[in-house]
Design a binder for this molecule. Structure first.
Ligand code: F6R
Length: 261
């Protein structure tokens, strides 16, 4: 696992956007797996800026969603489909025809989950999957004690995650759905390159458990230790509980192996 410590969220965003740009230059129709929430926004802003300046052409990129609320209408402003259209597809100039995600409104939720796993495989698999991390160590919405071999499925959000996400629903936890469809940990591990971004002190415990703790379902992100090419980008605050921080600074500072995809 590469652990890259950056001064702040903005530099983390720029670093990861550059990885995505390098990938798109090598493979213009790369399948980028994207997360929602606050953390990835600096990545999307930096990549959109690279597109605007002509440094990279993302028009042939394909975008895959990591997770989706169950029961929110697709056009609800906080459905992850809407959020990604707003924050990723439109700024990058990518059409909805190049977008894939699970159907959170399906009557047959389990069928929708299986269909999404199949669609990802048929699309050739995700080239680079961007991940955030929950304060409880979740990736996607694989909450603590999710099977490390899990596939895309419906999950119940923990109370902590619903509290954390209430800010997207006018601070009203009652509006936060209880259920989500999420790529499973086994599904996520099939992406060719995993890039996790964590910023802020609130993520420091989860980052330490992910990087330096045992591989354990109680911290789903620790499954990244099983992946042959996982990069964890953290700002100083999120790195503050890493015992090996100096080693990581010395070894990986601004030198992640983006080419190892
Ligand atoms: C959402 C997702 C989640 C978030 C996590 C952190 O698509 O994958 O795992 O990345 O809940 O959210 P923020 O970035 O808002 O702290």
């Amino acid at each position: 696992m590469e652990v890259v410590i950056v001064p702040d969220a903005r530099s983390g965003g720029e670093l990861i956007a550059e990885a995505m740009a390098q990938l798109l230059r090598r493979k213009p129709d790369a399948l980028l797996g994207v997360a929602t929430g606050s953390t990835p926004l600096p990545v999307y802003e930096a990549l959109a800026e690279a597109v605007r300046s002509g440094a990279v052409d993302a028009s042939r990129a394909r975008i895959a969603q990591l997770d989706e609320y169950v029961g929110l209408p697709a056009d609800h402003p906080e459905s992850y489909r809407s959020v990604l259209r707003r924050e990723v597809l439109e700024p990058l100039g990518v059409g909805m025809d190049a977008f894939m995600g699970p159907d959170g409104t399906a009557e047959d939720v389990q069928g929708a989950c299986r269909a999404y796993d199949s669609a990802l495989a048929e699309a050739g698999g995700v080239d680079l999957q961007l991940l955030g991390i929950g304060t409880d160590g979740h990736i996607g919405f694989n909450e603590p004690c999710s099977s490390l071999a899990s596939r895309t499925r419906i999950k119940t959000l923990t109370q902590q995650t619903r509290v954390d996400n209430a800010r997207f629903f006018d601070g009203d936890i009652e509006q936060v759905p209880h259920h989500v469809i999420t790529q499973g940990i086994g599904t996520i591990l099939e992406a060719r390159h995993l890039v996790l971004l964590a910023t802020g002190e609130g993520k420091a415990d989860a980052v330490a458990a992910t990087v330096e703790g045992p591989v354990a379902a109680v911290c789903p992100a620790s499954a990244l230790q099983l992946h042959p090419h996982a990069t964890v980008v953290v700002d100083e605050a999120a790195a503050s509980k890493l015992k090996l921080a100096d080693y990581f600074r010395h070894t990986y500072a601004n030198k992640p192996d983006w080419q190892g995809i």
